[in-house]
Write a protein that binds this ligand. Sequence first.
Ligand SMILES: Cc1ncc(COP(=O)(O)O)c(C=O)c1O
Length: 377
Amino acid sequence: MTDTKPALPERPYFSSGPCAKPPGYSPEKLATTSLGRSHRAKIGKTRLQYCIDLMREVLQLPDTHRIGIVPGSDTGAFEMAMWTMLGARGVTTMAWESFGEGWVTDAAKQLKLDPTVIRADYGQLPDLSQVNFADDVLFTWNGTTSGVRVPNADWIPADREGLTFADATSAVFAYDIDWSKIDVATFSWQKVLGGEGGHGVLILGPRAVERLESYTPAWPLPKVFRLVSKGQLAEGVFKGETINTPSMLAVEDAIFALEWAKGLANGQSALKGLQARSDANAAALDAIVQSRPWLSHLCADEAIRSKTSVCLSVEGADADFIKAFAGALEKEGAAFDIAGYRDAPAGLRIWCGATVDTADIEALGPWLDWAYASLKN
Ligand SMILES: Cc1ncc(COP(=O)(O)O)c(C=O)c1O
């Protein structure tokens, strides 16, 4: 290993989930009056409703869409939507990385829906104009393991027949989302907010609610997936009356992050404040990539390149090289968790979401050089 070492990033947390905590976070700062109490007591319900209200405000979610807290992190929320709404019409699932593939597997092998599958390789986006919107359409807004995202929602017609299901876990709070094009969206606090996993967030547009109230799937639904009671949407779920017991500690943690986000508004909106941080981080990382011939983006096209989970290729690197590279940086306390996802092509993945400080991305550059030079020697 090379002897001269650069200055360490202040917070070397670059994991793509769970992601870095918001700057200034410490567990002592969390409100704890709801802990050790029933989540159905007034205090519990008030905090759950407050968390929902903050999410709506920071996301700028229109009144047309409901937002609720459900079990099972993003996976739980997305599978709840799949299991409760699919089967009413044809299904198209899109995949350009591992998580999208997961939803293809669910639709094809578990629900046996014989979906139309539209795929692209890591680093690419499929031709979105191929999509038949007579079907229900499932996609991942930001593919966390390839760093490829949809550019916007312009490819989704306003007069679609089917529903759109967006796994937006590493997209919400980082990009503008045209909610009129989204019938179902899901995310988890553990990504852009730097919150905890465990709970998912389910967003339902009016057409999704209509589907839930008019269609009963052919398969049995476990209690944690049930969103309908006596033919009516369980509205309580969208007011903090969770299906089962939530972690109030995770809720308080999310409230901390959302209040931090509100503090970023700076005369604009909290959403713009969050987006500006992630844009600045992605630009700082891009500057690092552009000035090093041995580093490149897995996603060559900037218009569809992630601003949160940025995936990089290292010239000549195989999985062992990446393991040693990321391991050396972790040992030095310079960067945690930057090896690419296990199913993705060997490379680095550096989270640029809002909770990461741009100065820390900048400080990472010389450390990437250090690890590269050290391993090449
Ligand atoms: C796009 C995408 N979908 C789903 C998941 C699974 O999320 P969770 O572990 O919160 O259920 C992840 C996690 O990284 C993800 O990036």
